[in-house]
Design a protein around this ligand. Structure first.
Ligand SMILES: [Zn+2]
Length: 532
């Protein structure tokens, strides 16, 4: 039984100070997760969006030297998978094996640097879920009861009042539901009413942004009732160890992935001590209730530390009527990657819609940002800077002191970005890098007109300007690295630089002297006439 080992870990955990502030001097750990994606669906922009956001956070934290762990994966249990498998005459696990490939591909295509991909059908996860839940059962947090509700025979599952549509129909199958009863087991959620209220009072940043925090507090204040945590008629799931006629209700199994993954992500090593509690669970607003109410209560019952933050992002709403010639009217992430590259998609997702809010995206909007920001403002700045250093200084960055005008404008930018990342403000951080960095450098080129300085033989001034541009471009590229990992590495290499750490992101930290290389256009302009 896994319970013994599990308990030992919990006890060890309770004996160490909970707050990370005590550990400022030693390497800090950072643990970020995406939700696990339901394996029956096809990956779409929504999945790519959350995965990109988690990756941006993870890469930034690695730049800070934090010991980072990034988890993603798939949710594979439940009747929809079992049903499709049965229709095809194959075991559910085989169906999951086939479909999981699409999600792994999606993760790779968006260049997610995930440390582990969990599948809830992993036997190690199942064993850890059984151990965790057995612990709750042994300590009286789970008891037998009778569950009553609207039941869909096709889903083989109950639907709650929020899920049913058109009176009493299944939201998936649109068929009339039956009112049925079933003997199963309940988790004592009601016992955590006060502790959950206290958690939200003590930690106003537990759920971010603020409106989602308010929504979560609203759920709790309505009064909590015990929730059924097993199902008697479900077939494909993790069996309750104390009653193998039941499987765990899929949410209990799914939520635990964040915790169980650490026990087996590295063979022969338990990473729980090192990374738990999670720093950020990134989730969509549709799954707030389970994460904000049931999940912390489950952890409280097991005496496991609560994650530091849940960050709830909004939805990217497709505006079909705004259509681009190269992409048509659907912003399909795979098509965007094929035509414009991964970094262009990553930039657009983080830039267009404020992370945490709903917002509109369109193929037309994508093309506009691609052309103005990536092709013109960043790509063109890079090519001009490298070309001028080649033409005027034989390809070597002048060794002079940083020009005051730029040094002043860049002062404090890395710290500002760092603070925003601490609050998962991925869009405002990008805005700052863009307006204070990329756009400032473009204006600087126009203000200083290096071609005129060269013509007029103002060598000292030209040296300062060229160093300022190379150094500014280096700084913005280091700061932009989490958003556009490949492009920034290529650009930094052309500048003769490889260092990505945030410590070196301050303007003037790297002296001149590097030999620059050539760079093909980072973001070639796509002519509207070459429609796909
Ligand atoms: Zn149904």
């Amino acid at each position: 039984m896994v319970t013994g080992g599990h308990r030992t870990r919990i006890l060890r955990r309770l004996t160490r100070p909970p707050a990370r502030a005590f550990y400022i001097q030693s390497p800090v750990s950072f643990y970020v997760t995406t939700p696990i994606y339901y394996v029956n669906a096809q990956p779409h922009l929504g999945h790519a969006y959350t995965t990109i956001a988690a990756d941006v956070l993870a890469r930034h934290m690695r730049q800070r030297g934090e010991d980072t762990f990034f988890l993603t994966g798939t949710d594979e249990h439940g009747e929809p998978v079992a049903d499709v498998a049965e229709r095809e005459g194959i075991p559910p696990r085989e169906l999951a094996d086939r479909n999981v490939v699409h999600f792994k591909e999606m993760s790779e295509k968006v260049n997610a640097s995930a440390d582990f991909f969990i599948r809830t059908s992993d036997p190690e996860h199942g064993a850890a879920v059984r151990g965790f839940m057995q612990g709750l059962y042994d300590n009286g947090h789970i008891y037998p009861g009778t569950y009553e509700g609207w039941y869909c025979p096709r889903c083989a599952d109950f639907k709650n009042e929020q899920e049913i549509v058109d009176g009493n129909k299944c939201p998936i199958h649109k068929i009339e539901l039956n009112w049925e009863k079933e003997d199963n087991y309940f988790f004592r959620l009601s016992a955590y009413q006060e502790r959950l209220e206290a958690l939200y009072t003590e930690r106003p940043d537990f759920v971010m942004p603020r409106e989602r925090y308010n929504e979560a507090v609203g759920f709790i204040r309505q009064g909590l009732e015990d929730v059924s945590c097993t199902r008697a008629r479900l077939r494909w799931g993790v069996k309750a160890p104390w009653d193998e006629s039941q499987v765990f209700y899929v949410w209990f199994d799914a939520l635990l992935n964040y915790y169980t993954a650490l026990t087996y992500a590295r063979p022969g090593e338990d990473l729980t001590e090192r990374y738990w509690p999670a720093d950020f669970h990134l989730i969509g607003k549709d799954i707030l209730k389970f994460h904000a109410v049931i999940w912390p209560a489950m952890l409280m019952a097991a005496e496991v530390e609560i994650p530091r933050h849940l960050f709830i992002h909004g939805f990217l709403l497709m505006q079909g009527e705004k259509m681009s010639k190269s992409l048509g009217n659907v912003l399909d992430p795979f098509k965007v990657i094929e035509v414009f590259g991964t970094d262009a998609l990553r930039h657009y997702c983080m830039r267009e819609v404020s992370f945490g809010q709903d917002g509109s995206v369109s193929t037309e909007g994508f093309e506009a940002r691609y052309n103005t920001e990536l092709a013109n403002e960043y790509g063109n700045l890079a090519n001009r800077t490298l070309a001028m250093i080649a033409r005027y200084r034989g390809g070597v960055v002048p060794e002079v002191t940083a020009p005051d005008a730029l040094a002043g404008d860049f002062a404090g930018l890395p710290d500002d970005v760092r603070d925003r990342f601490d609050r998962a403000e991925l869009t405002t951080a990008l805005e700052q890098i863009w307006s204070r960095g990329v756009r400032r450098l473009n204006r600087y080129v126009e203000e200083q007109a290096p071609w005129t300085l060269s013509k007029e033989g103002k060598d000292e001034q030209l040296d300062a300007v060229l160093y300022g541009l190379a150094e500014g471009l280096r700084v913005v590229s280091v700061l932009l690295h989490p958003y556009m990992p490949d492009t920034t590495i290529r650009l930094l290499a052309a500048l003769g630089q490889t260092e990505l750490s945030l410590e070196r992101a301050s303007f003037g930290a790297v002296p001149g002297g590097a030999t620059v290389g050539k760079l093909p256009p980072l973001f070639p302009k796509i002519e509207a006439t070459q429609a796909a």
